[in-house]
Write a protein of this length. Sequence first.
Length: 302
Amino acid sequence: MKTARLIRYGNLLLIAFAFCTFRYGFLELQAGLPLALNNLQFLLLTISAVCIGAGGFLINNIIDNDVEKKYGITEGMAYNLYMGLNIIGVGIGFYISNYIGTPSYTLIFILLSGTMYLYATSLKYTIVINNIIVSCIVAVSVVLIGVFNLYPSITPENKPYMATIFSIFLDYAAFAFIISFIREIIKNLRDTDKDYNNGINTLPIALGKSRIAKITVALTLIPVAMILYYIDAYFVNESGMLLYALLYVLIFVLGPLIYFMIKLWTAKATRDFDRLSLTLKVVLAFTALSIVVITFNIQNNA
């Protein structure tokens, strides 16, 4: 129960942590990189993302009739809080979009909020699609940092530099997508009996828990391969090996993934799957922090 609660509240902390890490541990440290948002606007962007994310988690619990048990409030109060969170999140998004001169970007915040609502009310009961939707939302959150900080400052002169920086966000977003997709399958494995009793079709129910567990182990080889590829492609350059970054990624990102794969083979109880889900959250947190370590290592090797 404690593990499940840590996972639930850790989601919002992870959003804020990732935003601040990429801004102050990466973008701020790039020489000559013009950023469209000042500290106040960036803080507002972070608050907007956290509010919309909190609203998404809340509506999901409302639909599952879990708000009184998890939050100690009535369903009516939960709906009011949900509306308030989304009004704040989208409202701030409208302000920031206008601030950077692209009011149409408000649609991004509306789509995020609307997608979370659709997921909670209908999409989460659609096999595979539900896993993809949640993973896409996580990936878009990473890209959002780059879009609002970089896009408005692009000029013909700095366009190649900006494209290189933005490509890093896309790489991290792709990694976050696959880790989140795997985590959603773990949640399906944890809730197999509950979903079956409620008439909800998920991958473990359609294909069997044992088979899906093995498939998930195989899927985990994708992020492992991504890590090994980037180590080979980027951690060795003309200045030498990025030793600190290499050790960090091997110990704090690749290590937990290998631990996850081993433990998944023997996972049976709910608490086992909760711990596996938490392990993937830890991987995401350390992955976000890796941008700081890599940036520090590059600058000190230059």
